[in-house]
Design a protein around this ligand. Structure first.
Ligand code: NI
Length: 173
Protein backbone atom coordinates (compact mmCIF):
# COMPACT_ATOMS: atom_id res chain seq x y z
CA UNK A 1 0.00 0.00 0.00
CA UNK A 2 1.10 3.54 -0.51
CA UNK A 3 0.03 6.99 0.60
CA UNK A 4 -1.32 9.16 -2.21
CA UNK A 5 -0.94 12.89 -2.69
CA UNK A 6 -4.24 14.60 -1.77
CA UNK A 7 -5.25 17.39 -4.15
CA UNK A 8 -6.33 20.67 -2.60
CA UNK A 9 -9.12 22.96 -3.79
CA UNK A 10 -9.08 24.67 -6.26
CA UNK A 11 -8.12 21.86 -8.65
CA UNK A 12 -9.82 20.87 -11.91
CA UNK A 13 -9.88 17.18 -10.85
CA UNK A 14 -12.23 18.14 -8.01
CA UNK A 15 -14.79 19.64 -10.42
CA UNK A 16 -15.22 16.61 -12.68
CA UNK A 17 -18.10 14.15 -12.93
CA UNK A 18 -16.42 10.80 -12.31
CA UNK A 19 -16.79 7.76 -14.55
CA UNK A 20 -18.61 4.58 -13.54
CA UNK A 21 -16.23 1.71 -12.73
CA UNK A 22 -16.97 -1.03 -15.26
CA UNK A 23 -15.07 -3.82 -13.53
CA UNK A 24 -13.91 -4.23 -9.94
CA UNK A 25 -10.46 -5.68 -10.57
CA UNK A 26 -7.13 -5.75 -8.72
CA UNK A 27 -6.22 -2.23 -9.85
CA UNK A 28 -9.44 -0.89 -8.27
CA UNK A 29 -8.82 -2.90 -5.07
CA UNK A 30 -5.25 -1.52 -4.90
CA UNK A 31 -6.57 2.02 -5.38
CA UNK A 32 -9.13 1.46 -2.59
CA UNK A 33 -6.45 0.10 -0.21
CA UNK A 34 -4.16 3.05 -0.99
CA UNK A 35 -7.03 5.48 -0.43
CA UNK A 36 -7.85 3.91 2.96
CA UNK A 37 -4.22 4.17 4.01
CA UNK A 38 -4.09 7.79 2.80
CA UNK A 39 -7.33 8.60 4.67
CA UNK A 40 -6.16 7.07 7.97
CA UNK A 41 -2.78 8.77 7.62
CA UNK A 42 -4.27 12.25 7.01
CA UNK A 43 -6.29 11.59 9.26
CA UNK A 44 -9.83 11.83 7.91
CA UNK A 45 -13.14 9.95 7.92
CA UNK A 46 -13.72 9.89 4.15
CA UNK A 47 -11.80 10.18 0.88
CA UNK A 48 -13.08 10.12 -2.70
CA UNK A 49 -11.08 8.99 -5.75
CA UNK A 50 -10.98 12.44 -7.46
CA UNK A 51 -9.19 13.79 -4.37
CA UNK A 52 -6.22 11.62 -5.34
CA UNK A 53 -6.59 12.48 -9.04
CA UNK A 54 -8.59 9.39 -10.08
CA UNK A 55 -11.78 10.36 -11.91
CA UNK A 56 -13.63 7.21 -10.85
CA UNK A 57 -16.81 6.58 -8.85
CA UNK A 58 -15.23 5.22 -5.70
CA UNK A 59 -14.84 6.42 -2.14
CA UNK A 60 -13.66 5.09 1.20
CA UNK A 61 -14.84 6.00 4.68
CA UNK A 62 -14.59 5.09 8.34
CA UNK A 63 -16.71 7.11 10.75
CA UNK A 64 -16.26 4.75 13.69
CA UNK A 65 -15.45 6.50 16.95
CA UNK A 66 -11.78 6.63 17.90
CA UNK A 67 -12.21 4.22 20.79
CA UNK A 68 -13.95 1.62 18.59
CA UNK A 69 -12.36 -0.82 16.19
CA UNK A 70 -11.72 0.48 12.65
CA UNK A 71 -14.61 -0.02 10.24
CA UNK A 72 -13.05 0.63 6.81
CA UNK A 73 -15.61 0.81 4.00
CA UNK A 74 -15.09 0.86 0.23
CA UNK A 75 -18.04 2.01 -1.88
CA UNK A 76 -17.86 1.63 -5.66
CA UNK A 77 -20.42 3.24 -8.03
CA UNK A 78 -22.48 4.41 -5.03
CA UNK A 79 -26.04 5.68 -5.53
CA UNK A 80 -28.39 7.17 -2.95
CA UNK A 81 -31.68 5.32 -3.33
CA UNK A 82 -33.52 6.84 -0.35
CA UNK A 83 -33.07 9.99 1.79
CA UNK A 84 -34.91 10.86 4.99
CA UNK A 85 -37.18 13.92 5.19
CA UNK A 86 -35.46 14.71 8.46
CA UNK A 87 -32.31 16.76 8.10
CA UNK A 88 -29.22 17.21 10.21
CA UNK A 89 -26.46 19.81 10.28
CA UNK A 90 -22.78 18.99 10.70
CA UNK A 91 -19.74 21.22 10.79
CA UNK A 92 -18.09 19.64 7.75
CA UNK A 93 -14.49 19.61 6.68
CA UNK A 94 -12.65 17.99 3.79
CA UNK A 95 -9.13 16.66 3.21
CA UNK A 96 -9.03 18.81 0.04
CA UNK A 97 -9.79 21.92 2.14
CA UNK A 98 -7.65 21.46 5.24
CA UNK A 99 -8.59 23.55 8.29
CA UNK A 100 -11.79 24.83 6.63
CA UNK A 101 -15.07 23.99 8.37
CA UNK A 102 -18.64 25.12 7.71
CA UNK A 103 -22.10 23.94 8.76
CA UNK A 104 -23.88 21.97 6.02
CA UNK A 105 -27.46 20.66 6.26
CA UNK A 106 -28.30 17.39 4.54
CA UNK A 107 -30.80 14.53 4.93
CA UNK A 108 -30.14 12.86 8.31
CA UNK A 109 -30.30 9.30 6.91
CA UNK A 110 -29.69 7.75 3.49
CA UNK A 111 -29.77 4.31 1.90
CA UNK A 112 -26.89 3.74 -0.52
CA UNK A 113 -26.50 1.01 -3.14
CA UNK A 114 -22.93 0.23 -4.18
CA UNK A 115 -20.45 -2.46 -5.11
CA UNK A 116 -18.01 -3.67 -2.48
CA UNK A 117 -14.34 -4.58 -3.06
CA UNK A 118 -15.31 -8.03 -4.33
CA UNK A 119 -17.68 -6.46 -6.89
CA UNK A 120 -20.78 -7.69 -5.02
CA UNK A 121 -23.89 -5.48 -4.86
CA UNK A 122 -24.60 -4.06 -1.42
CA UNK A 123 -27.20 -1.79 0.13
CA UNK A 124 -26.70 -0.01 3.44
CA UNK A 125 -28.70 2.38 5.61
CA UNK A 126 -26.50 5.13 7.05
CA UNK A 127 -27.27 7.42 9.98
CA UNK A 128 -25.56 10.27 11.84
CA UNK A 129 -21.97 11.04 10.78
CA UNK A 130 -21.93 8.04 8.41
CA UNK A 131 -24.90 9.49 6.47
CA UNK A 132 -23.32 12.95 6.24
CA UNK A 133 -19.98 11.51 5.18
CA UNK A 134 -21.53 9.26 2.50
CA UNK A 135 -23.37 12.24 0.99
CA UNK A 136 -20.26 14.45 1.15
CA UNK A 137 -18.20 11.76 -0.62
CA UNK A 138 -20.83 11.00 -3.27
CA UNK A 139 -20.92 14.77 -3.98
CA UNK A 140 -17.18 14.56 -4.72
CA UNK A 141 -17.92 12.00 -7.48
CA UNK A 142 -20.08 14.65 -9.16
CA UNK A 143 -17.53 17.45 -8.78
CA UNK A 144 -19.33 19.01 -5.79
CA UNK A 145 -17.50 20.19 -2.66
CA UNK A 146 -19.09 20.98 0.72
CA UNK A 147 -18.42 24.66 0.08
CA UNK A 148 -20.85 24.43 -2.86
CA UNK A 149 -23.57 24.07 -0.19
CA UNK A 150 -22.74 27.36 1.59
CA UNK A 151 -23.06 31.03 0.63
CA UNK A 152 -21.15 32.39 -2.33
CA UNK A 153 -19.44 34.92 -0.06
CA UNK A 154 -18.14 32.27 2.39
CA UNK A 155 -17.14 30.06 -0.54
CA UNK A 156 -15.04 32.76 -2.19
CA UNK A 157 -13.38 33.60 1.15
CA UNK A 158 -12.43 29.95 1.66
CA UNK A 159 -11.19 29.65 -1.93
CA UNK A 160 -8.94 32.70 -1.45
CA UNK A 161 -7.47 31.15 1.71
CA UNK A 162 -6.94 27.85 -0.10
CA UNK A 163 -5.13 29.50 -3.04
CA UNK A 164 -2.73 31.01 -0.50
CA UNK A 165 -2.33 27.70 1.39
CA UNK A 166 -1.64 25.85 -1.88
CA UNK A 167 1.10 28.32 -2.80
CA UNK A 168 2.74 27.74 0.58
CA UNK A 169 2.42 23.95 0.16
CA UNK A 170 4.08 24.13 -3.29
CA UNK A 171 6.94 26.21 -1.88
CA UNK A 172 7.47 23.72 0.93
CA UNK A 173 7.52 20.94 -1.68
NI1 NI B 1 -14.27 15.95 1.02
Amino acid sequence: MSIKHILWHPDPHLKKTCATIEMVDNSIRKLADDMLETMYDAPGVGLAAPQVGQIKRLFVMDCSAKEDEDQPMVLINPAIVWSSEEESTYNEGCLSLPEMFEDVTRPAEVVVQYLDKSGAEQEKHFKELWATCAQHEIDHLDGILFIDHISKLKRSMITKKMIKAKKERDQDG
